[in-house]
Structure formats: C-alpha cells, structure tokens
Write a new protein. Structure first.
Length: 202
C-alpha cells in the first residue's frame, strides 16, 4: 500500500504553501539565492526529526558548530531528534563510484545509530549538490541512485528516510543542474520577500 502521508518541512509558511508539507519519501531540490538563506532553512528542516546531514562544501566541525549555536543538544541522535553530520571530502573523490560509496557508507552508519528505534521518521540533507554537479551527469546520477535506494525498505533496513532535501545554489552554471532538477520529485525555489520567505514550486 502506498504511503500518501504528508510530512511537515518544519517552516510554517512553507508548510502552508505546500498544503501541509511534502509526501513521504519525497526527494526535493531546494534552490536558494545565497548559502546563508539555504543554511537557515536546512537547519530548521534538520531539527524537525532525526536527520542525516551530508555536507560536501564545509567541514563537519563548521556544520556542528552552527547547529549547536541554534540548539546545543542538536548534534547527537535519539528517538526525538538530533543531527548526525557527515562530511564528504570532494577533493578526494576520484569518480562517481566514490561518491556513491561515500554516501552509502554514511547512510549505513546513520541507520546503525537509529537501529534501536523502530519505524522512526527521519530526514536526509545534502548540502550542497553544486560541487557534485561539477563532476558531471554521472556523478549526479550516482548520488540520486544511492539516495533513491535508501528510501525503500529492505530486509536489512528496518528504517527508511522520509524526506530528503538537496540544497542547490541559484547561480550554478554547471550543465548537470538540469539533470538534478529532472531527477527530483519536487523543486522548491525560495527567496526572501518583505514579509518573509516566498516559494515557487515547479
């Protein structure tokens, strides 16, 4: 039976615009005009439920420090929430196969951390896709492939991610950006307006 539940993103205005949130299992690309705006939104998303935060453009230390400034108890997992930050050093990436194996390893470690909790909802963040796009279409395909596989329940995976956000800068000139958008279940373009955050969905 298909799970048609909607899950809240964690930002009231966006959840209202989305009529209550996004369907379970949605892979969304979040396009923001600046890194700072993207970080703010991703942080709020990460605090909504236990989250695996994959960073490709900043160190684990920087992400953890930023999260702790917002919530000192944020880094560390339990059934109520928390964030596991994993850095992927793109300077060491030799091929798209390496990207896939690194992301798969992070997902496995995250699941092992949460294995004591049954049927728990959790999120995944990839921040950001831009540097992956710089490796070309095959690298983007590899990233999406391992994420898509992680969504579906298997005999050795008692829990599954519920919402996945992939952060993308608005000014990317990488040719692989179109593939990122095509492979996403939803694309949300966010920008600041005078009275708050506005969103375009396409």
């Amino acid at each position: 039976m298909t799970d048609t539940r909607k899950l809240k993103v964690g930002i009231d205005q966006i959840d209202r615009d989305l009529d209550g949130g996004l369907p379970n299992g949605t892979i969304s690309t979040l396009i923001t005009p600046t890194d700072s705006q993207g970080e703010l939104l991703l942080d709020k998303f990460a605090f909504q439920r236990p989250t695996l935060y994959l960073t490709t453009n900043q160190s684990e230390h920087i992400i953890k420090r930023r999260l702790k400034r917002l919530n000192n108890d944020a880094v560390g997992l339990d059934s109520n929430g928390g964030v596991m930050v994993v850095g992927i050093d793109m300077t060491d990436i030799e091929s798209e196969d390496t990207i896939e194996s690194e992301v798969k390893r992070a997902i496995t470690d995250f699941r092992n951390e949460l294995a004591q909790y049954q049927d728990i909802e959790y999120n995944m963040v990839v921040d950001s896709i831009d540097i992956v796009e710089s490796f070309g279409n095959q690298a983007v395909k590899s990233l999406f492939r391992v994420i898509q596989r992680s969504i579906y329940r298997g005999e050795d995976t008692p829990i599954e991610p519920k919402l996945i956000f992939i952060h993308a800068g608005a000014n990317s000139e990488h040719k692989a950006r179109q593939l990122t958008l095509n492979l996403s279940d939803a694309v949300l373009r966010l920008f600041r307006a005078r009275d708050g955050i506005e969103m375009e969905q396409y």
